[in-house]
Design a protein around this ligand. Structure first.
Ligand SMILES: Nc1ncnc2c1ncn2[C@@H]1O[C@H](COP(=O)(O)OP(=O)(O)OP(=O)(O)O)[C@@H](O)[C@H]1O
Ligand SMILES: [Mg+2]
Length: 253
């Protein structure tokens, strides 16, 4: 485990790209993998989320000064991961948050406008990775979407992660109260995202998986995590394929 808490910021100047949804998916996925995570909620238009049933701690950081306090507090707690959900159109503040972060994710959708903005954001935030979001699942539409990445990939071949697919159920995580159980597809998507982000940010998962394996297959709600990790690792290799990142950085071999 890291000596200090790690911080992942989900940022970007464009609205509606999926920042909030991905921040919560990441928190849930980290929790499912046994990593303690706090998700700092910054969206002033939403009511704070209830903890019940979530695998992470949502915390209210809707005022910028609260957000910085929360970020500093998270930094000081070993083994925890702080996920900070940014807000669109807050460029200066995004740069301050990016400076605090171990990893910045910049979600963008399949549109010329989103790609244009993410190109600018990548330029401004040297440690950020672009994350295709709400990506089409239909093969024909997906092929067209991949083509829209050409400019981005030719400019930044190592800074584009594998896409997060469109998944209607993802909105459940933004409800104040979670339903009693989440669809399997959503939990799998959360775990897969967390696995990939952990590989990028150097967040240790091996200890967690080993601990759960030692505790046996019925240890809490983490049962089955080792097998799930293997599946998620296979997915992590897709990130390398798409971003053409050096394979040494991939945990999915
Ligand atoms: N993977 C996904 N699949 C399907 N819909 C999604 C996905 N991610 C986000 N959405 C939908 O896209 C819309 C915008 O998402 P979200 O609020 O997360 O974006 P945002 O970047 O946080 O927006 P803002 O800039 O206003 O803060 C929401 O309706 C959300 O449900
Ligand atoms: Mg938001």
């Amino acid at each position: 485990m890291a000596a200090m808490g790690q911080i992942v910021c989900v940022l970007g100047n464009k609205g509606g790209t999926g920042k909030t949804t991905l921040a919560h998916m990441l928190g849930q996925g980290l929790g499912l993998l046994g990593v303690r995570a706090v998700v700092a909620v910054t969206d002033a238009t939403r009511e704070p989320l209830a903890r019940g049933g979530r695998r992470y701690l949502p915390t209210d950081a809707r005022r910028p000064q609260e957000l910085k306090r929360v970020a500093n507090a998270m930094r000081g707690v070993a083994g925890w991961v702080g996920v900070i959900d940014g807000g669109a159109g807050r460029l200066e503040f995004d740069l301050e948050l990016a400076a605090l972060a171990d990893l910045v994710l910049l979600p963008f959708r399949e549109s010329q406008e989103d790609v244009r903005v993410v190109l600018q954001d990548l330029e401004r935030m040297p440690r950020a990775m672009a994350l295709p979001s709400q990506w089409p699942t239909n093969p024909w539409a997906r092929e067209a979407a991949q083509r829209s990445l050409q400019e981005l990939l030719s400019r930044w071949p190592y800074r584009v992660l594998a896409p997060v697919s469109a998944l209607g159920a993802s909105k459940l995580l933004l409800q104040r109260e979670l339903p009693p159980s989440l669809p399997t597809a959503l939990e799998s998507a959360c775990r897969e995202l967390a696995q990939r982000v952990a590989a990028q940010a150097g967040i240790a998962l091996a200890d967690t998986a080993a601990r759960i394996a030692r505790q046996g297959p019925h240890a809490g709600r983490g049962a089955g995590i080792v097998g799930d990790d293997r599946a998620a690792n296979a997915e992590a290799c897709r990130a390398c394929t798409i971003s053409r990142a050096p394979r040494a950085t991939c945990s999915g071999r």
